[in-house]
Design a protein around this ligand. Structure first.
Ligand code: NAD
Ligand code: DAU
Length: 332
């Protein structure tokens, strides 16, 4: 393998993966990204042009996907519509990109017999109870709740079918909630950090009891790389770093780190169908591929992330008003 095609590489996790690959490997990267509202060319700034190339286009464009896959040794597929709240307002682009787009790439990979890694989410498994110690494993039955997670579940099933029916050399990974630099300000952590910077009180959906299993984006990148290089064809690997916290705890950690009182936030209307708890059992990835997370202290990772948003206002300022206008329409 020498050239990777990274779809969605101008988004949050995709761009962190591209930075990680440039720093830690010898691979060259071609990013295929439509630059939707969530894509940002600035997320690739500073990377060496002789190793990283950006092609702007749609993964569901058959001719483009075919020519890009033909030039690559492996595809790492991140491109997606990724935000649950948007999928509740308008599911249409989620079906286009997450299902049709994945299908288009799989067909191109089949034609060219190209190694394929599919990046997915723990949300395909639905949610867990608060008073239960169970975690998701690769054997947990699929039970997605939202238009977003049901389209990601659909894409996972397509990948599995292409392995079984056509012998495609593909792997899958399902990761928990990521945090870190370059995340769109619509998402929970950057929304609250940038609200506090703007003198606006953070917004907590419902009571704030919902639990997410936070992992730093760099640890997601090292996990994807491990599966890409050493994972077994057809297998699913769960990526998580034992970072369970409820939303109230996260808001309080942000307020404390940013020097605000612990009660300086507002409760707002809950998300319809809001998943209660996600938790990952990553023992397969740890034991089979020897993966370990680098960020084991959430408070330190959160502090670095807050610093990044303080120091990179020019990166996020252009997204903020539009994201808040979308929230205002639905009472969040
Ligand atoms: P993001 O919304 O920040 O980025 C998505 C990127 O895909 C953007 O750059 C966008 O322009 C691009 N894109 C969208 N539609 C496209 C199309 N039709 N053709 C080409 N490019 C297109 O998303 P993210 O949070 O970085 O998530 C990336 C992937 O990781 C997704 O597949 C998501 O399901 C998965 N994932 C995310 C998380 C998380 O916590 N954010 C956790 C687990 C898995
Ligand atoms: O679990 C992985 C998933 O994590 C990924 O597949 C998704 O792409 C990613 O967006 C994320 O989904 P969530 O819905 O968990 O993330 P979000 O940042 O939207 O919300 C995190 C939690 O915070 C969730 O319980 C809703 C809550 N929330 C969110 C916002 C934006 C709030 O309380 N207030 C807010 O303002």
């Amino acid at each position: 393998m020498s050239r990777l095609l990274v779809t969605g590489g101008a988004g949050f996790i995709g761009s962190n993966f591209v930075h990680y690959v440039v720093e830690h490997t010898e691979y060259d990267v071609t990013v295929l990204d439509k630059l939707t509202y969530a894509g940002n060319e600035a997320s690739l700034a500073g990377l060496p042009p002789q190793r990283v190339k950006l092609v702007v286009g749609d993964i569901a464009d058959e001719d483009l996907a075919d020519s890009m896959v033909a030039e690559a040794d492996a595809v790492v597929h991140y491109a997606a519509e990724s935000h649950n709240d948007n999928s509740l307002s308008d599911p249409t682009p989620f079906l286009h990109t997450n299902i049709q787009g994945t299908f288009t790439l799989l067909e191109a990979a089949r034609r060219h017999a190209t190694r394929f890694h599919h990046v997915s989410t723990d949300e395909v498994y639905g949610d867990l109870k608060l008073d239960d110690s169970a975690k998701f494993t690769p054997e947990t039955p699929y039970n997605p709740s939202s238009p977003y997670s049901s389209t990601k579940a659909s894409s996972d099933l397509l990948v599995r079918a292409w392995v079984r029916s056509f012998g495609l050399e593909a792997t899958l990974s399902n990761c928990s909630n990521n945090y870190g630099p370059r995340q769109h300000v619509e998402k929970f952590i950057p929304r609250q950090i940038t609200n506090v910077i703007d003198g606006v009180r953070p917004r907590l959906y419902g009571k704030g009891e919902n639990v997410r299993d936070w992992i730093h984006a760099d640890d997601h990148s090292s996990g994807v790389l491990a599966v890409l290089e050493r994972g077994r064809t057809g297998e699913t690997y769960l990526i998580g770093a034992d970072g369970e916290r409820n939303n109230l705890e996260v808001v309080r950690a942000i307020l404390s780190e940013m020097g605000k009182p612990a009660d300086a936030f507002d409760h707002v209307k809950d998300r319809p169908g809001h998943d209660m708890r996600y938790a990952i059992d990553a023992s397969k990835l740890r034991e089979e591929l020897g993966w370990e997370p680098g960020f084991t202290d959430f408070e330190i990772g959160l502090r670095d992330t807050i610093d990044w948003y303080r120091e990179n206002e020019s990166w996020w300022r252009g997204q903020k008003a539009e994201a808040e206008a979308r929230y205002a329409k639905v009472g969040h």
